[in-house]
Design a protein. Structure first.
Length: 281
């Protein structure tokens, strides 16, 4: 039930900290209602001792579909609808491709990719039935242009890019929007031990390729250029425009990395165009 003509109901995963917490606060400050999910919903409530009527904090681990279904049910019971879905839950992984264990790689994809799919399966029936809504998949500039030492994290976000592209076209006829957000470095807790896992540097041959990135990340926590409050504002803003973009980069560093990759792809395409065309019938 909307409290005003332009008020909406948000469903946010990973809402207890980082960018998810900032998005939750920004949406609430604008008068929207938020179904804020986290593995421990009490962590969300700690930030709101005043217990605003527009906030519903629900325990939901994105790797547990039954918990997400229950969170959606609770949200619909309280607010009657869901308008914006924010797939934010996720974490980082540092390590050269060969150094990352199978267990670590699968656990990462379980949260960053399959967790997002679980959330979509739980929420999209509501958006489809309404013939309205907006899905915001929080990716990373690393999902467009990755780097040595964080390749598997980038791969998980590349997967989210592919899901978002297809979903954008699948939902467009139903008037449901899709945007993938590609933040650069933001001063959240993303680089501390609560949000990033580091595999041991076990293969000396990768020191030259992955080592500098490992070193840079280890000293970047709290020094990232992005302001999370401004990032959250930009994310909420994009839900209020008539034609939201498929991709939204956040931060000058994100723009630089995207432009660098676009230039590289264009140069390679032009250089090897004759080979590509030589394979045609």
């Amino acid at each position: 039930m909307r409290t005003g003509e332009n008020m909406s109901v948000w469903f946010v995963t990973g809402a207890s900290r980082g960018l998810g917490a900032e998005i939750t606060r920004e949406a609430l400050d604008r008068g929207h209602s938020v179904i804020a999910t986290a593995r421990d919903a009490s962590a969300v409530l700690l930030a709101y001792p005043e217990k605003p009527d527009g906030l519903l904090a629900v325990n939901a681990d994105v790797t547990e579909p039954e918990q997400l279904a229950a969170a959606v049910e609770a949200g619909l019971a309280k607010f009657g609808q869901i308008d914006v879905v924010v797939n934010n839950a996720g974490y980082g992984l540092v390590g050269a491709i060969e150094e990352v264990s199978d267990e670590a790689a699968r656990a990462l994809f379980d949260v960053n990719v399959f967790g997002a799919l679980n959330t979509l399966r739980a929420t999209l029936p509501t958006l489809r039935a309404q013939r309205s809504g907006h899905v915001l998949n929080i990716g990373s500039v690393g999902g467009f242009a990755t780097a040595p030492g964080v390749g598997l994290y980038g791969a998980s976000k590349f997967a989210l890019e592919g899901i978002s592209e297809a979903l954008h076209s699948e939902l467009a006829p139903l008037d449901v929007r899709v945007t993938i957000v590609e933040p650069g470095g933001f001063r959240t807790d993303f680089l501390n031990s609560s949000s990033v896992r580091v595999e041991p540097a076990s293969i000396e041959d990768y020191e030259a390729g992955a080592g500098p990135v490992r070193e840079a990340l280890a000293h970047s926590d709290g020094r990232q250029p992005g302001d999370p409050k401004k990032g959250a504002k930009a994310i909420v803003d994009v839900t209020e425009v008539a034609e939201p973009p498929l991709r939204l980069q956040l931060g000058a560093d994100a723009i630089e990395r995207v432009e660098t990759k676009l230039d590289l792809v264009r140069r390679e395409l032009d250089q090897w165009r004759h080979v590509a065309l030589s394979t045609a019938i």
